[in-house]
Design a protein around this ligand. Structure first.
Ligand SMILES: [Zn+2]
Length: 327
């Protein structure tokens, strides 16, 4: 009966329209790969690429679920961060993510949740970060989410997969069960494009993280070590992603790394930063003229930023515009 078809089509058109609106809201904060092929303030090709998955999830009438592997552990380099616990840099990012879900709730009534899949336990041994620091960071992050009332955020970690295993054993099980071989990854990186950009970005982070004041060797030896470690970090990250795909099959995958246009994951910026690779756990939050940005700690201090203390602990910096002009 044609007269019954109209409301159904209208409903379908509503979901179609709302799904595109939800994606545009997310893609306003897209972290893009330079020369990755995205175009416009919001990339239409990326909207179209993810439309089917978002529409299918919305047709269930349940909250839209995003998965974000992120918030691993603080960088071990004191020139980049304030310490090993989350601080204002993380707090701002958590609030941003929760508010993003809130805005999605205005476009799609059941709303959205973001599951932060903390990957600290996945590769902390490669960074030379202790398992105790991973545990401390994760607990403090959970407390921060609760205190901020960020009710649309969840956390998930390797500890939730293997509750009774030791940390080394957890990592071994992950690699054995889900990781591509290092040879496969080397072939991918040699092919150039996004895998090469990822490899270079991770190598740069490893170099920065491991070249702190405690490092006594030569620069070239460190570079060799970091190139090898970068492959292992990518291998573990890939394994973690594969495991998460199985646990959250219907979720939309977000990433803190810049992504090429129209691929499986959406790269997302967690804060204003001039460096598309900088994250809250590799930097400090700096308030400049009432707005926050992320900077490496040494750069913030060199620019004349002053630390702000809360509960006896430095949490972020303030940079007076006059100090910035002199720097
Ligand atoms: Zn795009």
């Amino acid at each position: 009966m044609p007269e019954l078809a109209a409301p159904h089509d209208e409903q379908a058109a509503d979901v179609e329209e709302a799904a595109a609106d939800v994606l545009r809201e997310v893609l306003l904060h897209q972290r893009r790969l330079r020369d990755g092929g995205c175009d416009g303030t919001v990339c239409d090709r990326c909207v179209r690429h993810h439309l089917d998955a978002v529409r299918a999830a919305m047709k269930t009438g349940r909250p839209l679920e995003f998965v974000l592997p992120a918030f691993p552990v603080k960088s071990p380099n004191p020139a980049k961060v304030l310490g090993h616990l989350p601080d204002t840099a993380e707090e701002l990012a958590l609030r941003f993510l929760d508010e993003l879900c809130e805005r999605i709730g205005k476009l799609y009534a059941p709303g959205a949740v973001i599951t932060i899949c903390s990957d600290g336990r996945v590769f902390n041994d490669l960074l030379g970060v202790s398992d105790e620091h991973v545990t401390g960071y994760a607990r403090a992050l959970d407390n921060m989410i609760a205190e901020a009332g960020a009710s649309r955020l969840r956390t998930f970690a390797l500890d939730d997969v293997h509750r009774d295993a030791g940390h080394e054993e957890m990592r071994a099980k992950l690699t054995d069960g889900y990781a591509p071989s290092l040879d496969e990854l080397r072939t991918e990186v040699r092919g150039g494009g996004a895998p090469l950009a990822m490899y270079r970005g991770i190598t740069r982070f490893m170099l920065e993280d491991l070249s702190g004041p405690h490092y006594a060797g030569t620069r070239s030896a460190l570079q060799r070590r970091c190139r090898d470690l970068a492959y292992r970090v990518i291998q573990r990250s890939r394994a973690w992603g594969n495991l998460l795909d199985g646990i959250f099959p219907d979720a939309v995958r977000l990433s803190i790394h810049p992504q090429p246009c129209g691929t499986e994951k959406i790269g997302i910026l967690l804060a204003e930063t001039p460096d598309a690779w900088l994250t809250p756990w590799h930097s400090v939050a700096v308030e400049v003229g009432g707005r926050f940005t992320l900077m490496k700690r040494a750069e913030a201090e060199a620019a004349g930023a002053l630390p702000v203390f809360r509960g006896g602990r430095p949490t972020h910096y303030v940079l007076e515009p006059a100090a910035r002009a002199c720097a």
